[in-house]
Design a protein around this ligand. Structure first.
Ligand code: FAD
Length: 286
């Protein structure tokens, strides 16, 4: 089923993002995780696409594995950076043949450590070019990524929302946000989007807080800020990982409660393939 149709029918619910495991045992463990999380009747599940240089076929394998699960709409992510037009065309054709109806269309990042990567030399330069291409196939429902604090390469929030609008106008049906830890960023982004005439559903991306030091590394490369209060609250348990996780869980639960209170009842979780972390958060917000 197309995710946009699922979203039209449900004004509340959760969706789960997984990453494709590298090994067979990782795949078994992913399937177990999905079986557990299926109890929450997710709106859909998505599978990330590896960066250039990684085995991008793993996304396909993991996607096919998950569609064996009954009653689960699975959406693979696809990035256009580093991919030839033929690779993208063939992959989308194969997905279509295998009953996939939804694609998360992304530009992706250049290989780590690359300076001044020439995006313009790519077959498809920006996510909006991929969206336009997929839209032209007239088969898929298309999701895109949006950035409450602005994408790291943009100079201003005005520039960010302008490019976001272009990407959505190219044919995106819904969007999922980058992680954020101060809901004000999300609410302000929604205001900017509304003023710009963006009307598609935008799901908040929830990053379960577990380890402040790992999180700081993620945030450095994604222009996501961590409020000092959250950093301090977690950092005091630096030598007690279980307590840090507990503190992080409470913060994430409060973040979700605030979103729900403000009417955002559809939450997208970056699961990191960990069933228990997500289960505990969902228990806390139910
Ligand atoms: P774009 O929308 O193309 O934007 C990239 C940059 O180009 C932005 O700064 C934008 O403002 C700018 N831009 C856009 N149009 C123009 C223009 N016309 N002129 C000048 N500048 C322009 N990465 C992966 O590798 N695999 C994944 O599975 C994956 N999943 C993700 C899921 C979510 C929910 C999110 C938020 C991100 C995900 N990413 C993933 C990361 C993503 O690939 C990176 O953030 C990447 O840097 C940007 O991708 P994009 O699709 O947002 O690109």
């Amino acid at each position: 089923m197309k995710i946009i149709d699922i979203l039209k029918m449900h004004d509340k619910g959760v969706s789960f993002e997984f990453f494709p495991p590298k090994t067979e045992s990782g795949m078994d463990s992913l399937v177990s995780t999905v079986k557990i999380l299926k109890a929450y009747k997710p709106l859909y599940a998505s599978m990330t696409y590896g960066a250039i240089g990684s085995d991008q076929n793993k996304t396909k394998e993991a996607t096919y594995k998950l569609i064996e699960e009954k009653d689960l709409t699975v959406m693979p992510h696809l990035t256009c950076v580093g991919a030839s037009a033929d690779t993208i065309k063939n992959l989308l054709h194969e997905y279509r043949q295998n009953g996939i109806e939804n694609i998360m269309a992304l530009r992706g990042d250049p290989p780590a450590g690359t300076i001044n990567f020439d995006f313009k030399s790519q077959a498809l330069c920006y996510a909006k070019d991929l969206v336009k291409y997929i839209k032209g196939l007239d088969h898929f429902c298309i999701g895109v990524a949006v950035y409450p604090e602005g994408h790291i390469e943009t100079k201003s929030l005005e520039e960010d929302i302008e490019y976001t609008k272009q990407k959505i106008d190219a044919g995106a049906h819904f969007a999922v946000t980058q992680m954020f830890f101060d809901n004000a960023h999300f609410y302000n982004f929604l205001d900017r989007a509304d003023k710009k005439g963006i009307k598609i559903p935008i799901l908040p991306g929830i990053f379960p807080l577990t380890d402040i030091d790992k999180l700081k590394k993620f945030c450095l490369v994604s222009r996501t800020t961590i409020p000092k209060k959250i950093e301090n609250e977690m950092a005091r348990f630096r030598h007690r990982p279980e307590d840090m996780e507990k503190a992080g869980r409470e913060i994430t639960i409060n973040q979700c409660r605030d979103l729900i209170k403000h009417g955002h009842k559809r939450l997208h979780f970056f699961t990191f393939n960990k069933a228990n972390t997500i289960k505990n958060i969902l228990k806390g917000i139910s």
